[in-house]
Design a protein around this ligand. Structure first.
Ligand code: C2O
Ligand code: CU
Length: 464
């Protein structure tokens, strides 16, 4: 049903079709790069200090073509910052663009001043220091631009990166590590005939080139052993539903907020924009020489265009001391909830005006507090996508929540861990449990289809 829903959603997009596009290259002609890891400039004083320059550069995305992109320190896609729970990270971002930016640590528990909130921007030519206390368990966080109305174009043009926070619980596990732990950022894009990135708001149909770590349908040589892939959907609007071309099993071990309590095997992994999945694939079942394609079964776009994501080429054997234990972590019990709220997301497309993104019938107003929450409390939020064809998802800053129910039924295994973003196909309802016991202040919640949040599908909550 989800595939149908998202295909239907494609039909409802208001993106225009026009403009020639460069044809996607033959698949599997370029190698998938691994993502660079940022190095701190200092590790003194019990904290890791990073300097990042936000700048426009040209990079090869399509083979043989230079494309202008917006980057953190020149990397497309963005780099990986590795952090550890209990150890502070300080990042000084210098904005050399002509537009304001805001750097948000997605999934991070940080004070409001360090949240990269939409109106709290870094002016062109200036710098801003963000402090991340990392007083939270391990999780595959990521960072991206959040300057209001510009976040969708900025992220589309390249401003996102991974922030892999680890802790003792995670690092004690015998999971695949080192070169066998591979972060992969998936997204889509649209190129014109000169190979430039084309950005149009709500361009659901146009973005039909799928990139894995910044390259179109690449191949990735692997050894015949287990790998841990840290998947991030950094697309503005595309939902992925991933499978292996031979129908082979994957072991999902984690999600947005880190490891699940227990791994489970599956032949498909779904990722809406901003969602993460931690997946182990055991290539030891394949003889050397085997080529397995990671496929995507969701539109928009024809299967030709968007059905192939990347190809794993099994090229050698290797020893494999790694293991996926039956128990990965223990999650804290759910505190009793004292408040219930209902939230409705919708795209207003009555045709009388520019489409507006609505949260409870209203466009985001930075000055309006939409929900006031007592510090220390736990709440249940029932969140509904009121649209009939447009998919959304739902993301809250500050907290990792639990998904109690989806459409009245218990959430499935992929949603059994800590989450910060949850899919909402048309007409769907999820019931979430969140505890607000960390920082006080005002934060946003929004649809993470960034073209939608840029159109106003966002609201404020205040913890006090
Ligand atoms: Cu990933 Cu409000 O953001
Ligand atoms: Cu949306």
């Amino acid at each position: 049903r989800s595939a149908q829903a998202a295909d239907g959603a494609a039909g409802a997009g208001s993106g225009t079709g026009g403009g020639p596009a460069v044809a996607a290259p033959e698949p599997f002609t370029v190698r998938m790069p691994t993502l660079p890891v940022l190095s701190p400039i200092s590790t003194l004083g019990g904290q890791d200090l990073y300097y990042v320059t936000i700048k426009e550069v040209a990079r090869e995305i399509l083979p043989g073509v230079q494309t202008k992109v917006l980057t953190y320190d020149g990397h497309f896609p963005g780099p990986v910052l590795r952090a550890r729970s209990g150890r502070k990270v300080v990042v000084r971002h210098r904005n050399t663009l002509t537009m304001p930016v805001a750097v948000h640590l997605h999934g991070g528990s940080v004070t409001p001043e360090n949240d990269g909130s939409p109106m709290d921007t870094v002016a062109p030519g200036s710098a801003r220091t963000y402090t991340y206390p990392n007083q939270q368990p391990h999780a595959p966080l990521w960072f991206h631009d959040h300057a209001h109305h510009m976040e969708s174009e900025h992220v589309y043009r390249g401003l996102s990166g991974s922030y892999l926070l680890t802790d003792e619980v995670e690092s004690a596990l015998p999971l695949p590590a080192g070169q066998y732990e591979v972060p992969i950022a998936l997204r889509d894009a649209r190129f014109d005939e000169a190979g430039r990135l084309v950005y149009q708001m709500d361009d659901v149909f146009g973005r039909t080139t799928v990139l894995a770590n910044g390259r179109p349908t690449p191949y990735f040589p692997v050894a015949a052993r287990k790998y841990r892939f840290r998947l991030l959907n950094s697309s503005n609007m595309r939902f992925f539903q991933l499978r292996l071309s031979d129908g082979g099993q994957m072991i999902q071990i984690g999600t947005d907020g880190g490891l699940l309590e227990r791994p489970f095997t599956t032949d498909t992994v779904g990722l809406s924009p901003a969602e993460r999945a931690d997946v182990v694939i055991d290539f030891s079942r394949y003889p050397v020489g085997t080529k397995i394609v990671l496929e995507n079964t969701l539109g928009p776009g024809t299967p030709e265009q968007v059905g192939k994501v990347l190809r794993f080429d099994v090229v050698r054997t290797a020893a494999d001391p790694s293991r996926v234990p039956d128990v990965l972590r223990t999650l804290p019990p759910l505190a009793p909830a004292t408040v219930q709220r209902s939230i409705v997301l919708s795209m207003d497309e009555d045709g009388r005006q520019e489409p507006r993104g609505l949260m409870d019938g209203q466009v985001w107003d930075p000055a309006r507090i939409d929900q006031t929450i007592a510090h220390g409390s736990s709440e249940i939020w029932t969140v509904t996508n009121a649209n009939k064809v447009v998919p959304h998802n739902f993301h809250m800053h500050l907290v990792q929540f639990r998904v109690l129910e989806r459409n009245g039924a218990p959430a499935g295994p992929a949603e059994s861990g800590l989450k910060d973003t949850v899919r909402l196909f048309p007409g769907e309802t999820v019931k979430l449990h969140a505890t607000f016991d960390t920082y006080r202040g005002t934060y946003v919640y929004h649809c993470h289809l960034l073209d939608h949040s840029a159109m106003g599908m966002m609201a404020n909550f205040r913890v006090r």
